[in-house]
Design a protein around this ligand. Structure first.
Ligand code: PEP
Ligand code: MG
Length: 602
């Protein structure tokens, strides 16, 4: 709930998505008018300009379909029908034909021609008395602006803004691709109206080490560019026009936090080993190849999850085999001799590449995603498998398939992998023939058939973000039901237990690479359940290492045994909190947590 005190300070509480405190000016990310250059064209450019326009129309259609998809996910867009109208407008032959005529006959470039036709069209409808047609004029303006942004190639709703100074970005929503494209030197923090802790934008912010708050409801409408703000990604509080008192209190907290960070830095080069001597592999999750350097700096044992789809979200085109090989090789070499688990493409869900034409689906999280997509788009999959195999010649690379729901998918994927191996042998390209292959366990059916899956892979990695979503039927992106997204739910704990049991019987190791592993409160529970590896955002590695090193495995096992027999997740959570507070009281020091927001003044 927002509250504004007499001094003009506005405090809004959302969902803490990425830890850290940042202070700076607000930059509201909204739709800016496109900048159209008026340059004329000569005859040789006519066909390419028409093609450019057609391409922009196709890309905008995909973009609008993505909005519709988000609507289906229920995160903020209210009216699906509007996008149907937008799609119809984009298909209207008058727009394309009249624009093409201007390009051919008047030597106008695509942006100028389309901009003028769109303006005439809008003005004509806007001048009518009927409110229905006036609304359609607004729709035309909206959707044609999107096309013009694409033609202008400048900042706009689908392009990152050109940031000139460090700012706190406030927006209604941020897509993973927009987040990935922002110039992170200038991003102090993110604050969005919608979203939840396990949305990919939140995960990406965490990986980038950028403080973030999501689910602030209407923050983007409440603030203006240039307003000073203080964003606390630990508690989910954002202060607009912070008072001197707030800044003073945060100054004190910051000093306290620095002391804790300094203490954590002392164990950076120590292994993640429990008090009773069990070595736990503590690795980092990364989204971009450039993040490999942060893995060693954080004191992690390599990479436990490389979300390769971000390579497909960035850049001007799909990455080919050479581009992927270069990225994977760079990470493998940077982490040597530690392992790097490269996950094959998990596109779909809430991640869509502008370069892949994927149809609109009502339930994208249950739809054409990850391994399902790859097994149908075989050429794309083969290209990635070859690139990963080739990178395995340069370090300890392991390969992992996402969203596996049953044995058949694994058999098909492994068959394609075998074909790629044979091709590489034939082409004389080196790779590690002993490369380990794993499956993500993130769908309830995979848990139930884990013992069968175990016969086709060398390890499991539990993706708790999706496992919780699918087990509890809680959309991980929907902030309205975020309170029901419960990692300690008995069904989730049983699923982890069953997976570990199946792996153990088959002699496999098991990791957890979902956000559950990065919560210090839940780490003793995961260790007690028998997990061998934890993979978390690089910035979270020192805290988790501190917890592991303070934990006795026998005590953790006893706690997990108790937890597995509880009917309620709430009770498990409260005991887990007490357990973790006892092990590492400094991580939960009340002095490092700010006061709750002030009550609204009368
Ligand atoms: C998960 O589902 O827990 C996971 C690690 O994969 P992603 O968050 O990329 O879906
Ligand atoms: Mg997942």
């Amino acid at each position: 709930m927002p509250s504004q005190n007499r001094s003009g300070e506005l405090v809004v509480r959302g969902v803490a998505a990425s830890p850290g405190v940042s202070r700076g000016k607000i930059f509201v990310l909204t739709d800016e008018p496109p900048r159209i250059d008026q340059r004329g064209i000569d005859e040789t450019e006519i066909e390419s300009e028409i093609q450019r326009l057609e391409q922009a129309l196709v890309e905008t259609r995909i973009e609008v379909q993505n909005f519709q998809r988000r609507l289906a996910e229920g995160i903020g867009v209210k009216d699906a029908a509007i996008f149907e109208v937008h799609l119809l407008i984009l298909e209207d032959p008058v727009l394309l034909n009249e624009s093409s005529r201007r390009i051919r006959e008047q030597g106008q470039n695509a942006g100028t021609a389309f901009g003028e036709v769109a303006r005439q069209y809008t003005e004509m409808l806007g001048a009518l008395d009927d409110p229905f047609f006036r609304e359609r004029a607004a729709d035309i303006r909206d959707v044609t602006q999107r096309v013009l942004h694409r033609l202008a190639g400048g900042p706009g709703p689908t392009r990152p803004p050109l940031l000139q100074e460090p700012v706190i970005i406030v927006s209604h929503d941020l897509t993973p691709s927009m987040t990935a494209q922002l110039d992170r030197r200038f991003v102090l923090g993110f604050a969005t109206d919608v979203g939840s802790r396990t949305s990919h934008t939140a995960i990406l912010a965490k990986s980038l080490g950028i403080p973030a708050i999501v689910g602030l409801h209407s923050i983007s409408a409440q603030v203006a560019n240039g307003q000073p703000a203080l964003l606390d990604g630990h508690t989910g509080l954002i202060f607009i026009n912070p008072t001197d008192q707030t800044l003073f209190e945060y100054g004190q907290l910051a000093r306290r936090r620095v002391q804790i960070e300094e203490r954590l830095a002392e164990i950076r080069d120590q292994p993640a080993v429990t008090l009773d001597g069990t070595r736990v592999v503590l690795s980092a999750n990364i989204e971009l190849a450039e993040d490999a350097s942060s893995v060693r700096e954080a004191g992690a044992d390599g990479v436990g999850l490389f979300r390769t789809e971000y390579l497909f979200l960035q850049g001007k085109s799909l990455p080919d085999e050479e581009a992927q090989y270069a990225a994977y090789r760079m990470v493998a070499e940077a982490c040597k001799p530690n392992a790097v688990i490269i996950r094959t493409l998990d596109i779909g869900g809430d991640k869509f590449s502008p370069h892949l034409q994927m149809p609109h689906e009502v339930n994208p999280s249950l739809g054409w995603r990850a391994i399902r997509f790859c097994l149908q788009e075989k050429d794309l999959f083969r290209t990635q498998l070859r690139a990963i195999l080739r990178a395995s010649a340069h370090g300890e690379v392991k390969l992992m398939y996402p969203m596996v729901s049953g044995v058949d998918e694994l058999i098909q994927a492994n068959a394609l992998l075998a074909e790629c191996r044979a091709e590489l042998v034939r082409d004389g390209l080196p790779f590690n023939p002993e490369i380990e292959v794993g499956a993500m366990i993130e769908i309830p059916s995979a848990v139930l058939v884990a013992r069968h899956l175990a016969r086709h892979v060398q390890f499991f990695s539990i993706g708790t973000n999706d496992l919780i979503q699918y087990s509890l039927a809680i959309d991980r992106l929907n902030d309205r039901i975020a309170h029901l997204y419960e990692p300690t739910h008995p069904a989730v704990l049983q699923s982890i237990h069953l997976t570990v049991e199946a792996a153990r019987s088959a002699g496999l190791w098991v990791g957890v690479c979902g956000e559950m592993a990065s919560d210090p409160v839940l780490v003793p529970l995961l260790l007690g359940l028998g997990v061998n590896e934890l993979s978390v955002a690089a910035a979270g590695v020192p805290r988790i290492k501190h917890v592991v090193r303070a934990c006795r495995l026998d005590e953790a096992r006893e706690f997990a045994h108790w937890a597995l027999n509880q009917p309620s997740g709430a009770e498990v959570l409260s005991r887990a909190e007490a357990f973790a507070h006892r092990l590492t009281p400094d991580l939960f020091d009340p002095l490092s947590t700010p006061k709750p927001p002030p009550a609204p003044s009368a």
